[in-house]
Ligand binder design. Structure first.
Ligand SMILES: [Zn+2]
Length: 228
């Protein structure tokens, strides 16, 4: 029988089956393969301490880290963006699979640190990664700073192509539920946007919302209607 805690090797690094599945989901979402610097079941090291001794933890290359962070959150990881200023390492994304029962106690503590808005480092600084709300009731960490304002789209912004498989959601807030699965490559017409921090959301004609990191402008400019 397959077990989610089974140890295996994925992209040359050790992890458990659950962690591999979560990475594969993020890769499917992003549309490219992730480069893994370090997996789990590692010895204690000077730079990672004991955080990589368990199963649900990986270090990824920092390239594209903001977009990756969103895909990683969606897959259940807490992605910590580590820069060279943060420690004796190269820039990378330290990813902890929240709730994985094989996590080292020190990595499970990093998830708790993130829930409190902290970095998970010994210095206990603020979390500096992407402010992103996971659409799950388990991850009520960040509050929306203010009620978002709906802004109409310019004509060139209306038609977007979905760049990765994603859901559209109810009005984005902590209790938003996915309501519609959108497939990659599909064209959608949006009618408004809101902004939370550095995340824009586009409103579909049905009144749902899609993070615009999951879309890009369509090729043809749509027809303008008389109210523009
Ligand atoms: Zn790490």
């Amino acid at each position: 029988m397959l077990n989610a805690n089974d140890r295996l090797v994925y992209h040359g690094r050790e992890m458990n089956r659950r962690c591999k599945a979560a990475l594969a989901q993020a890769e499917d979402d992003l549309g490219y393969e992730l480069t893994i610097f370090q997996g789990g079941f590692r010895p204690v090291t000077s730079f990672s301490g004991s955080t990589h001794t368990g199963g649900g933890v990986v270090d990824l290359s920092a390239w594209h880290w903001q977009e990756k962070s969103r895909a990683l959150f969606d897959a259940g990881f807490v992605p910590f963006h580590r820069t060279e200023a943060d420690g004796d390492w190269e820039e990378h994304i330290h990813c902890v699979l929240a709730g994985d029962p094989t996590l080292a106690a020190s990595s499970a503590a990093q998830v708790e640190s993130w829930k409190n808005g902290r970095s998970g480092l010994v210095s206990n600084g603020p979390f500096k990664g992407v402010r992103y709300v996971k659409f799950s009731k388990n991850f009520h960490t960040f509050d929306w700073p203010q009620k978002p304002k709906k802004v109409p789209l310019g004509p060139g912004e209306r038609v977007h192509t979905i760049i990765s498989r994603t859901h559209s959601h109810e009005e984005p807030d902590f209790d938003s539920e996915p309501v519609n699965l959108l497939t990659r490559g599909k064209e959608k017409t949006f009618k408004a946007k809101i902004r939370h921090g550095d995340i824009h959301w586009f409103q579909t004609e049905e009144g749902n919302w899609v993070a615009n990191t999951k879309t890009r402008p369509g090729r043809g400019l749509p027809k303008r209607d008389s109210t523009d």
